[in-house]
Ligand binder design. Structure first.
Ligand SMILES: Nc1ncnc2c1ncn2[C@@H]1O[C@H](COP(=O)(O)OP(=O)(O)OP(=O)(O)O)[C@@H](O)[C@H]1O
Ligand SMILES: [Mg+2]
Length: 219
């Protein structure tokens, strides 16, 4: 077995007296696509938020590429995240949304513009850079959210039910697109869903979660 790229070790999270994640353990290989599958409230989003740095674990540690990142701020982690609900900035154009992380990172404008154009091609929405989110369909908005997450070339991509608000047909085509982009970029990915068929169809491995634990992990 190769060295895991992401290692979640004995992670626990409590909010006040309530423990919502308990002794969560998972190793993810470089370039691997792992889905978290489990019922509502079992702790899927909470685990992702701890990996991204939006929540601090109550115990345990999170290691990426051999480095303990448990206490690092989100912007120090090189992690891209797509949230459960569309979270585009409504007052920014598509191009400005995709370029947001590049601007924050201080990338020169000409380079950022080139990267944004490249992203629009990857998600197959060229020519849409000047539109605003309200002028896009739900599926298009989620593709923009994906482009925004991967534009800064994160080492780790976290997708929290990115397809849940879309109709069945768009879901299937977009999940295939996500998988093919992920493979092309070789980016280690965690994908959250509560749809078993969806998890089985696109993952290398699935972590079945229940009551804040990874009950079973496998293909
Ligand atoms: N900030 C918080 N304060 C208190 N409780 C929280 C907080 N965030 C999450 N929880 C609780 O933790 C549990 C797990 O929530 P989480 O969002 O991780 O579930 P989930 O598996 O993502 O569910 P869903 O499929 O509905 O998105 C829930 O019972 C939730 O109410
Ligand atoms: Mg959730």
């Amino acid at each position: 077995m190769t060295e895991p790229f992401l290692s979640i070790q004995h992670v626990r999270k409590s909010f006040g007296p309530i423990t919502v994640v308990q002794d969560f353990n998972l190793d993810v290989e470089p370039g691997e696509f792992v889905s978290f599958l489990g019922p509502s409230g079992c702790g899927k989003t909470t685990v992702l938020r701890m990996v991204a740095g939006f929540e601090e674990p109550s115990a345990g540690k999170i290691v990426v590429a051999g480095k303990d990142i448990t206490r690092l701020k989100p912007n120090q982690r090189n992690v891209g995240m797509v949230f459960q609900a569309y979270a585009l900035f409504p007052n920014l154009t598509v191009a400005q949304n995709i370029g947001f992380g590049l601007k924050v990172a201080g990338m020169p404008k000409a380079d950022a513009d080139r990267r944004v154009a490249e992203m629009l091609d990857i998600i197959k929405l060229p020519q849409m850079g000047d539109r605003y989110p309200y002028q896009l369909s739900g599926g298009q908005q989620q593709r923009i959210a994906l482009a925004r997450a991967i534009a800064p070339k994160p080492k780790l991509l976290l997708l929290d039910e990115p397809l849940s608000a879309l109709d069945a047909k768009v879901r299937v085509s977009l999940r295939e697109e996500i998988r093919s982009i992920q493979k092309k970029l070789g980016i280690t990915t965690i994908f959250v869903t509560h749809d078993q068929e969806e998890a089985l169809s696109i993952s290398d491995r699935i972590a079945v979660m229940y009551g804040g634990k990874a009950e079973q992990v496998g293909t």
